[in-house]
Design a protein around this ligand. Sequence first.
Ligand SMILES: Cc1cc2nc3c(=O)[nH]c(=O)nc-3n(C[C@H](O)[C@H](O)[C@H](O)COP(=O)(O)OP(=O)(O)OC[C@H]3O[C@@H](n4cnc5c(N)ncnc54)[C@H](O)[C@@H]3O)c2cc1C
Length: 381
Amino acid sequence: MKHPMFTVDHDLFRETVRKFVEKELVPHAEEWEEKEEFPTWVFRRMGELGFLGLQYPEEYGGQNCDFLFSIILAEELARCGMAGLQMGIGVHNGMATPPIYRFGTEEQKRRFLVPANRGEKIAALAITEPNAGSDVASIQTRARREKDLWILNGSKTFITNGCRADFVLTVARTETDGGKPSFTLFVVEKGTPGFSVARKLKKVGMCCSDTAELLYEDCQVPDANRIGEVGKGFHHIMWELQGERIVAAAFSVGRAQVCFDLAYKYATERIQFGRPIASFQVTRHRLAEMAADIEAMRQFTYNVAWQFQQGEYPVKEISMVKFLSAQMAFRVADQALQIHGGYGYMMEYPIQRYWRDGKLFTVTEGTSEIQHLVIANELGL
Ligand SMILES: Cc1cc2nc3c(=O)[nH]c(=O)nc-3n(C[C@H](O)[C@H](O)[C@H](O)COP(=O)(O)OP(=O)(O)OC[C@H]3O[C@@H](n4cnc5c(N)ncnc54)[C@H](O)[C@@H]3O)c2cc1C
């Protein structure tokens, strides 16, 4: 069902992204997953097509689009069958560059945001550490000031785009005058003395996405690479994560839709006991339930996206839609794999990728349990 909030421009954009995905991404899915990396030309190509930096002004290489374009991009990219690719693009686009646009200087925007929006530079965001996951306030990577330099020491883990990023927006602990711990953002560029990739991590799914452990050993970062105010690092990243959680929900809806389409096709083609398995009542009901699950979450996602677009900040609903959509997409992928029987478990059928990739979305960008905490707080509990 077409939602009334979408205009003709939104529809045209959806069509353009869909064609790009079908023509330029889908044919490579197996190869890139096997290689555990999608090529860097994907960033450049998406920059050329204007898909990166949708939300930024044209003077910074952006498209000046409203928030709904990002929702459409997420839903349509889900069709490529490589959630890892989408995560690489999503971190670059929706997590690492927004603080630079919002809190960076004009010079920093020219140096980092413009080439990122063109896909000429790849960006990563490094928050998580071996001993600081959900509990972000326990981050131990430290930054100490020495004249015009900041000296960073520590390590980060699970960093998407980490191996090949041209710059990593890094959260580090700084001390304020009163000796109170606080956090500050730094752009750490590839080749900075003391900065290195410790290793590339192997994963259950999201295989074509590069996920790294990073090391900062007396890493010298110029003060000109500090983003925003000293001590305001969390404030500078937290505001944008809300929008990104709605985009993550749209991505889950998109993946679930593909799983449904694959299961529907398979069920109508697979013959057992002399008839298509789609004719068995259990399969019909299973598909009906999957369709209802997806539609309910699509409407919820669109509704929250619409509120966000109007300038509202519905924190409770954002957490709800983020964890519910991730759970729904994983449930639908599981049902779709079941419909495929043994073939679904074979690597040559794409459904297994959606099933493996889908698990991650109950963990990243705030686990489902952390979303429950946010909701409970918002409920005044
Ligand atoms: C493939 C991948 C890519 C990633 N990309 C990035 C990236 O680009 N940048 C980045 O900074 N990070 C990234 N992450 C890290 C991700 O955000 C963290 O994994 C996530 O925040 C959870 O942290 P953790 O893994 O340390 O789990 P933990 O925080 O140790 O949680 C373990 C379990 O305990 C639960 N738990 C924790 N605290 C509570 C609580 N208070 N109440 C109830 N339950 C709780 C959690 O929900 C979870 O079930 C990525 C992770 C993966 C796997």
